[in-house]
Write a protein that binds this ligand. Structure first.
Ligand code: HEM
Ligand SMILES: [Cu+2]
Length: 540
């Protein structure tokens, strides 16, 4: 007798390579992104390992200072532009936005595929620049160094970033149109999952902000090739103009990295507390508030460039204002946890670690937004620690938490929960050991971006490098057990966590069309109070 036929899903619909490379299924495109950004993450991590090894000793005997400059520059560029910015939107967003709103695909499936190709082409340019000599300007490309002093591959890298920007813009446009036009009947704006609200706000930033960075790096490229003088004071240009343009995008860009992660955390906290989120509409609207305020605080990166004290004061006060919607979210998550029936499956452990790290990152942002303290710690390791707490502690933990939560949906397989929880804790410990000493180093005056330092700073640097080793183990573990789960993992049920949300009403993995029939939504998001406490699927 024949084995019972397993129904086709998006993974088994067609096995040919061509069917993957020409797919217009948002779920397959999400998988393509998952593979490509994971490769970029490994590359960025290799550069990071080089930086930390070099900093083990005060004299730096592993690399020349030129090589060291290239290492931290390429680390920043790969991690920011090619990993963090696409991570949650391009992988989890692509997979989930249509399913969570009850649609069959994004509004423009072919443009979605085009976005991935643009990403790959942009990344290839940047890789080409790195293989053929690298680039040493820092990820911020400050002029005049980038425009006429550096002899490295600035132009090719800039072209790579310029191209990749279009991928971000098109993804953002696709999400905005999809969320406006393709929600299932009954799914009103204030019934949408908070993950969707976060992606809506992020998409606005992507569409409005990304053109500015694209133009800015294009100007640097043109300046290098044609000596236009836009940023060159000897020709009447202004190097500070570059910083305005750069941060006008790059401050909002930090919210492209953190907002989607906040969306993930909202989903995880409610699910594993079995409670609807406290203050749903505040959490939803705070995403838009963060997106808006993010556009008017860029000047806090320029307190030490000689801008007037009044300008500094205004940017300082506005920066404090950004902390308000971020705090709203954090307080609402905490209130959701309060008296919830908590359970600590791996995604929840990631979410709780996120809360701790994001809070430290956010609070130290206030130290930096304060004019006086910023003048002391600007361009020191304090700043490095701050943004890693937010971007690595916050954004990556949200990404990992989300990947653990939706992995059964994406692949149809369960992973071993115990190892996954342990990995989260290893990441948490390794992370703090890596970056907490850097707050102290910065406060003591160790500048960033130097490969020599005075002997007193060695102990803290050794701790930091040791922490990076532990952190590396924490990041590698999921790669192993996720791949393991594909082969040996138990089959995932449709709803392994007993969660609410349309994505859990489809089989795991979902069929190509997502839903046999368009679902009709009759309830608010997260009505966990009405649900029985589930018997959750065991992991293996
Ligand atoms: C919420 C997510 C946040 C992210 C992802 C983030 C990220 C970053 C990054 C990447 C940098 C370093 C840029 C560089 O020079 O290479 C930075 C610096 C800075 N951040 Fe944040 N940040 C966040 C929140 C905040 C908040 C809430 C504040 C203030 C209320 C803040 C204030 C600052 C300031 C003033 C600097 C510049 C410090 C200096 O260079 O002197 N940040 N942040
Ligand atoms: Cu900023």
């Amino acid at each position: 007798m024949d084995a019972p036929e397993t129904p086709k899903n998006y993974l088994t619909a067609d096995y040919s390579i061509k069917s993957w490379l020409l797919t217009v299924d948002h779920k397959r495109i999400a998988v393509l992104y998952l593979v490509s950004i994971t490769a970029m993450f490994l590359l960025g991590s290799a550069f990071a390992a080089g930086i930390r090894l070099e900093l083990l000793t005060p004299r730096g005997d592993l690399f020349t200072s030129d090589t060291y400059n290239k290492l931290f520059t390429m680390h920043g560029i790969v991690m920011v532009f090619f990993f963090l910015i696409p991570s949650i939107p391009a992988v989890l967003g692509n997979f989930l936005v249509p399913i969570m709103i009850g649609a069959r695909d994004l509004a423009f499936p072919k443009i979605n595929l085009l976005s991935w190709y643009i990403y790959v082409i942009g990344a290839t340019f940047a890789m080409f620049a790195m293989i053929t000599g690298g680039v040493d300007t820092g990820w911020t490309f400050y002029t005049p160094y980038s425009s006429w002093v550096s002899h490295t591959n600035v132009t090719a890298t800039a072209i790579g970033i310029f191209i990749t920007g279009f991928s971000s813009i098109l993804t953002g446009l696709n999400f905005i149109v999809t969320i406006h036009r393709m929600r299932a009947p009954g799914l009103t704006w204030f019934r949408m999952p908070l993950f969707i609200w976060a992606h809506y706000a992020t998409s606005l930033v992507m569409v409005l902000g990304t053109p500015v960075i694209a133009i800015t790096v294009a100007l640097v490229g043109l300046e290098r090739i044609f000596h236009l003088g836009i940023f060159n004071p000897q020709m009447g240009g202004d190097p500070i103009l570059f910083q305005h343009l750069f941060w006008f995008y790059s401050h909002p860009a930090v919210y492209i990295m953190i907002l989607p992660s906040m969306g993930v955390i909202s989903e995880l906290i409610t699910c594993f507390s079995r409670k609807s989120i406290f203050g749903y509409s505040f959490v939803a609207i705070s995403s838009l508030a963060i997106a808006f305020l993010g556009f008017i605080v860029w000047g806090h990166h320029m307190f030490t460039t000689g801008q007037s004290v009044y300008t500094g004061m205004i940017f300082s006060i506005l920066s404090f204002a950004v902390a308000i919607p971020s705090a709203v979210k954090t307080f609402n998550w905490t209130a959701t946890l309060y008296r919830g029936s908590l359970s600590f499956e791996a995604p929840m452990v990631y979410a709780l670690c996120y809360l701790g790290l994001f809070t430290i990152g956010g609070l130290t942002g206030l130290f930096l937004a304060t004019l006086g303290t910023d003048v002391h710690v600007h361009d020191t390791y304090f700043v490095v620690a701050h943004f890693h707490y937010i971007m690595v502690g916050g954004a990556i933990l949200g990404y990992l938490g989300g990947l653990h939560f939706w992995w059964p949906k994406i692949t149809g397989k369960m992973y071993p929960d115990g190892i996954a929880r342990t990995a989260a804790i290893i990441v948490f410990i390794g992370f703090n050991l890596t970056f907490f000493p850097q707050f102290v180093l910065g406060y003591m005056g160790m500048p960033r971006r130097y490969h020599f330092y005075v002997d007193e700073f060695q102990v803290l640097n050794v701790l930091s490098t040791a922490g990076a080793g532990i952190l590396g183990v924490g990041y590698l573990l999921p790669m192993f057990y996720f791949v393991w789960s594909l082969i040996y993992g138990k089959k995932a049920p449709a709803n392994p966590w007993g969660a609410t949300g349309l994505e859990w009403t489809t089989p795991s993995p979902p069929p190509t069309d997502n839903f046999a029939q368009t679902p009709v939504v009759t309830e608010d998001a997260y009505s966990y109070e009405n649900l029985p406490v589930p018997t959750r699927a065991s992991a293996v």
